[in-house]
Design a protein around this ligand. Sequence first.
Ligand SMILES: N[C@@H](CSCc1ccccc1)C(=O)NCC(=O)O
Ligand SMILES: [Mg+2]
Ligand SMILES: [Zn+2]
Ligand SMILES: [Zn+2]
Length: 457
Amino acid sequence: VFEKDGEEESGHLTEAAARFDQSVSGKLSELLKISGPGLKKGKSRLFYGIHQDFPCVAVVGLGKDSEGVCGAEKWDSRKENIRQAVSAGCRTLQELEVGHVEVDDCGDAKSAAEGAVLGLFSYDELKSKKKTRVTSQLHGSADVDGWKKGIIYAEGQNLARFLMEAPANRITPTAFANTMEERLAPHAERVTIKKRSKAWMEEQQMGAFLSVARGSEEPPVFLELHYSGSADSQQPLLLVGKGITFDSGGISLKPSQSMDAMRADMGGAATVCASIVAAAALKLPVNIVGGLLLIPFCQCLHFYCAQTNILHVCARSRSGVDNTDAEGRLILADALCYGHTFNPRAIVNVATLTGAMDVALGSAATGVFTNSDWLWEQLQQVDRNLTFEHDNYEGSSGGACTAAAFLREFVTAPHWAHLDIAGVMSNKDEVPYLRKGMSGRPTRTLVEFAARLAHSG
Ligand SMILES: N[C@@H](CSCc1ccccc1)C(=O)NCC(=O)O
Ligand SMILES: [Mg+2]
Ligand SMILES: [Zn+2]
Ligand SMILES: [Zn+2]
């Protein structure tokens, strides 16, 4: 239901809800009127026994019907309202242990599907009391394609959330790579997976990467995913993700209270991988190479020796880094160098890179650092219209910029963007349709960006 707007006497129902209301002779709107004040955005109310096939109906507030693209950022708040409302309705029903929900498209089936699938996700792997598993289905709308697309985008983000949330002893580099093999198996026709070993890294002279890998007994993995959705002659999109499966900080030890969150220091790798799974499921006509670096970084004693090398590399890099916790940029540097061998049309690297990013933008937005106006425009358009996952801010913080400047030294390609996702790594209540926990952001932005490239030829 939309909120009362302008001269209206009360709010009004969506098209599908109005048809439903007709089928029960106006009972729904009548109950809605007598059950309290108009529903505010994102709030839900339950009605029982009004339809023989639907024992329980959740009505949710969509905000104003007139809301659309708004503000200087030109965000599409209408779609965001749909995600928020649908997730609220689905969760209310999930609490009642309803196992199957039919969902009104509320005017945009893709956003409705995203709201349902993202809103219902919770990481219950290790809990004895799990939330009810709810399946969702489109109700009263012909836009089945939009709905299916939304499911794929949201399931992609949920895969990233799953990988990020899992404890580091469960998602080791090897376990991460195995999960990817499983998830990409249905798309084997278009996907090649290369699980590169330490010996291969040595051959490639990935010294910076290997010096970080020396910090742990767990074997490092360099996972290379190739998705071929287009002719071989088409230059690929190169995605590079930071995949530190645990970051203790080394001798620049992180504070113990928040160190557990560093199980998600592979968020770049997780979102990149998840977006490739989604691109494959969508059969996007584009080529993508995903270079993911997966190494744990947790054993402090070994780490000391390892970092002696790292400091040496940093000193030579002119960046003046004097902190053993700055491992991310080192592993990315080697991956970026290697990535250029694929002659990519664009490079996007994604990393939980700096605490400074969190200070600069908080959890509102991913920081984007780029050498390309074209790429910036693409990412911004994708985000504001479709996925609501980042934004640019005028100000920034020194630490995030120096990290980006360090990476830039390893880039010769004309269209490169570095996405620092440290601030958006986890969600408290900023994004209402994501529960508290690791966010999986910006998976949908990456998928949408790949889709855009695919359709621009
Ligand atoms: N692993 C990175 C980023 S950790 C920073 C962070 C802060 C708040 C929320 C999420 C992540 C790292 O170690 N960077 C080095 C640094 O920032 O000094
Ligand atoms: Mg993890
Ligand atoms: Zn670190
Ligand atoms: Zn890190």
